[in-house]
Design a protein around this ligand. Structure first.
Ligand code: IVH
Length: 666
């Protein structure tokens, strides 16, 4: 009974804190405190399976069950909205509504969120199903994935909600998460997401809820449907839904005239750039549900609502050529070379074409007049072609290359992937050079040479792989142009130092596909030596925390290749660390597991770098800036006032050297 009560208390408290953090953005406890409660609940639930609850906050982290999505028919079809692009069209909508109603009315103005739409069904106050839009009539059941989104209430608050209803909204990937995700993908040479919308819908269709949970989606709601809604107006229904725990944007406005609508549009056209999520317009809805029923629907959209789309920043220019770049992993990226054009304050010369499907979809021809847009995208993209301007002198149709532009090997496309790859890993120059460049980077072996030098060494025939670097001599280098003896000696010293680089970084330096810094650390911590790692089966690999099928396959594949094994043993002969050192093994722990720590100021007992290393050795994570995710700030002397202020505002705990050392001591 006592356990049952404790579990109940913890569940309620954690849901409240989830809401404070994810819906209100106003946490009242530290993340550390939150995690402690979460861990306690996890442990209690594990020890008492009979008290399990599918709606427990612990379920939000996502299980790793993989299953295809089931199709569900929407009870109310998911319609789209008519689009308008100008004030005149908005006025047309307004006057049409006024004429058809022939009585006073109000319009609710909202932002149009640019994510992927979702329909949630609640029964008895519990989330029972989450379905994507699909074709509007039927969609995919993505309930398990949606349950990982912290701002989606699994259980509603209060008692005023109908026994059964649907709520519709938008699943969004906030800009900050989108940027982080793309940086990560860039590092792994995986195709980038073009915009947060694609990233959100791609994430929602992930087979593993654990992956979804890690991506930090958010959800905003804007439409309630059901037989017994609490109010007779859209606005009041949303207010009620807010009280049940839904994240209803605070920026909705009741407008009583066209001028108020125009003001809203003008204000948000500028101000939206400061929002954490992408928006692409305004939605206008007749407030009264009675009036909505009166106006009704067309086959595709309601007559009582309309979207006004913001002008994307767009320019027209000429497509001069398309080049295909080969990266270190062999991924081939198509890039459009454009006649330079001014767009949103910068000159655009190139645009990403992403992959073969995009090129095919655009039906691009060389010399075409193309439209380039810089919506929320990081890299400008081609959104359309002016077919009429093509004329008789049209250039050749752009086709994705079939063979590698660098080495001529036929390209391959892996099942289920959008990207093409050059499979000639050991003979394709940009791949070889790219791997060496990656090997020497600061986060890998930290060897003091730049990409041009690697290029020179490769072209001169001195270096064909990373191990060749270690057999270079000062005499070799002096035969190269631009090499003073001093820089040759510097390189020698830097190579010598790299022999002390810890195993996890050597592993990262190898450039195994999908093995970034974090994964390398995990693998090193789990297997301790390159031999153990090379012998691990895919099953052994996936047994490691956060190592999925894809990484496991890639690691197995790497070590099954004779050439890679030879490279590794040559590097080992050169004295590189291929195992976690004894001392490190001895003082490792998981005492800081799951904690994110920011180091700030100067210290007396150890250097900042030493503290960073300690945090990682004990399973913690270093972060450069204070955010809602920070558990602790390890503060020395002279901590910056901005950080202090932010820490105070977010309620992050500050600890000092001694306290930290106690924390990691036995
Ligand atoms: S109302 C029947 N409100 O825009 C009306 N939609 O083209 C249902 N959207 O599929 C939609 N923000 O994904 C509505 N504040 C908002 C919205 C919104 C974004 C999306 C939604 C819908 C599409 C309509």
């Amino acid at each position: 009974m006592e356990v049952e009560n404790r579990i109940k208390t913890l569940r309620e408290a954690l849901e409240q804190h989830n809401y404070n953090y994810y819906v209100l953005s106003a946490p009242t406890i530290s993340d550390f405190e939150f995690d402690r409660m979460m861990r306690e609940l996890q442990e209690l639930e594990a020890a008492h399976p009979e008290l399990a609850d599918p709606d427990s906050p612990t379920r939000r982290v996502g299980s790793d069950l993989s299953r295809a999505f089931e199709q569900v028919v929407h009870k109310y079809p998911m319609l789209s909205l008519g689009n308008t692009y100008s004030e005149e069209e908005v006025r047309d909508f307004y006057t049409r509504v006024a004429r058809d109603l022939n009585e006073p009315f109000e319009i609710v103005a909202e932002l149009k969120y640019d994510g992927t739409s979702i329909s949630l069904t609640y029964e008895g106050g519990r989330l029972i199903r989450a379905v994507t839009r699909g074709d509007g009539t039927r969609g995919d059941d993505v309930t398990a994935n949606v349950k990982t989104i912290r701002s989606v209430p699994l259980r509603l608050w209060g008692s005023g909600f109908p026994a059964a209803f649907e709520v519709r909204g938008e699943i969004l990937l906030p800009w900050a998460e989108f940027d982080r995700l793309n940086r990560e993908r860039e590092e792994q040479e995986e195709p980038l997401f073009a915009n947060p919308r694609n990233a959100a819908s791609g994430t929602l269709k992930q087979q593993s809820p654990a992956v979804v949970a890690a991506r930090k989606l958010d959800a905003y709601f804007y439409y309630l449907l059901g037989e017994e809604l609490p109010a007779e107006t859209h606005y009041d229904n949303l207010e009620a839904a807010r009280a049940w725990g839904f994240k209803i944007p605070g920026v909705i406005r009741l407008c009583r005239s066209l001028e108020e609508i125009y003001d809203y549009i003008a204000y948000w056209d500028v101000e939206r750039k400061n929002l954490p999520v992408a928006t692409d317009g305004i939605v206008l809805k007749v407030n009264s549900l009675r009036q909505q029923r009166h106006l009704g629907f067309t086959a595709k959209s309601p007559r009582w609502a309309i979207a006004y789309k913001f002008q994307a920043e767009r320019a027209a220019t000429r497509l001069n050529s398309v080049s295909f770049q080969v990266g270190r992993t062999g991924a081939v990226t198509p890039v459009a070379n454009l006649e330079p054009v001014l767009l949103a304050g910068t000159t655009v010369k190139r645009a990403s074409l992403h992959n073969a499907d995009i090129i095919e979809g655009l039906d691009l021809h060389l010399g075409d007049r193309v439209y380039v847009e810089k919506g929320g995208e990081i890299i400008p993209k081609i959104v359309g072609v002016d077919i009429e301007a093509r004329g008789l002198l049209a250039g050749d149709k752009v086709r994705f290359v079939r063979s590698c532009p660098e080495c001529g090997t036929p390209l391959v496309r892996l099942e289920g992937e959008a990207a093409h790859y050059c499979p000639n890993e050991s003979g394709c120059p940009p791949q070889i050079k790219g791997r060496i460049v990656h090997f020497v980077t600061r986060k890998a072996m930290n060897i003091n040479i730049g990409p041009e030098t690697v290029e020179d060494l490769y072209d001169a025939g001195y270096v064909k792989d990373a191990a060749d670097l270690y057999t270079l001599t000062v005499a070799d280098l002096s035969r190269l142009e631009r090499w003073a003896e001093k820089s040759a000696r510097n390189l020698m010293a830097s190579l010598e130092e790299s022999r002390q680089v810890p195993f996890e970084r050597v592993l990262y330096a190898l450039g195994i596909r999908f093995v970034g810094e974090t994964v390398a650390k995990r693998l090193a911590a789990a297997f301790h030596s390159i031999e153990a790692l090379a012998q691990a089966s895919p099953a052994d690999l996936v047994a490691v925390d956060e190592i999925g099928e894809r990484i496991a396959q890639s690691v197995s594949r790497y070590f099954s290749d004779e050439k890679n094994r030879t490279l590794v043993s040559r590097l080992k002969e050169q004295g590189l660390r291929m195992a976690v050192s004894e001392e490190r093994l001895a003082d490792r722990s998981e005492r800081l597991k799951g904690l994110t720590i920011v180091i700030s100021g100067t210290f007396a007992r150890h250097s900042r770098d030493e503290y960073k290393a300690m945090i990682e050795r004990h399973g913690g994570k270093n972060s450069g800036s204070v955010s809602g995710k920070t558990d602790y700030i390890l503060a020395g002397e002279n901590m910056g006032p901005a950080k202090l202020e932010k820490a105070a505002r977010l309620g992050v705990r500050i600890i000092h050297e001694e306290e930290f050392l106690n924390l990691i001591a036995e």
